[in-house]
Design a protein around this ligand. Structure first.
Ligand SMILES: [Zn+2]
Length: 137
């Protein structure tokens, strides 16, 4: 199974939802959206419903912009290559990051890669099966 770069999930790079233990063993965390510290309850990643909605709305909007281009990159490769789709996707990501610098004071707008993959074990299962198939032949 492929290993992830642990440094991509480090707090130094702005990995969201950092946990800190304050006095008395209470758990504090930083809101993924606004960066404010709040008292963690269960698996909540946000200090408020507004922050959760703002985070998810931005991701939905950005994801919708990326979807058609990424699907073309993956499944209509010749056409996508001729049209420079991958360059457009990279440019879009750079624009998102520039927006984050202005609108989010540079705070990361995406979850830690390890967290995303851990929440979706089916993504690793597919990768493992393909690798095993190749190795088994
Ligand atoms: Zn917040």
């Amino acid at each position: 199974m492929a290993r992830l770069d642990a440094s991509s999930a480090s707090r130094a790079e702005g990995a969201p939802a950092g946990r800190r233990t304050s006095g008395g063993g209470r758990s504090a965390a930083c809101c993924l959206e606004c960066g404010a510290e709040y008292e963690r309850q269960a698996n909540r990643e946000f200090c408020s419903n507004k922050c959760r909605k703002d985070w998810n709305n931005r991701r939905m909007k950005r994801g919708a912009e990326l979807y058609d281009l990424y699907m073309a990159h993956r499944f209509d490769r010749a056409n996508a290559q001729a049209l420079g789709v991958f360059q457009a996707v990279n440019r879009m990501a750079s624009n998102f990051r520039a927006e984050d610098a202005v609108e989010r004071a540079g705070r990361r707008s995406w979850r830690a890669t390890r967290t995303v993959l851990e929440e979706r074990p089916y993504l690793r299962a597919v990768t493992t099966r393909m690798r095993m198939g190749r190795m088994g032949v």
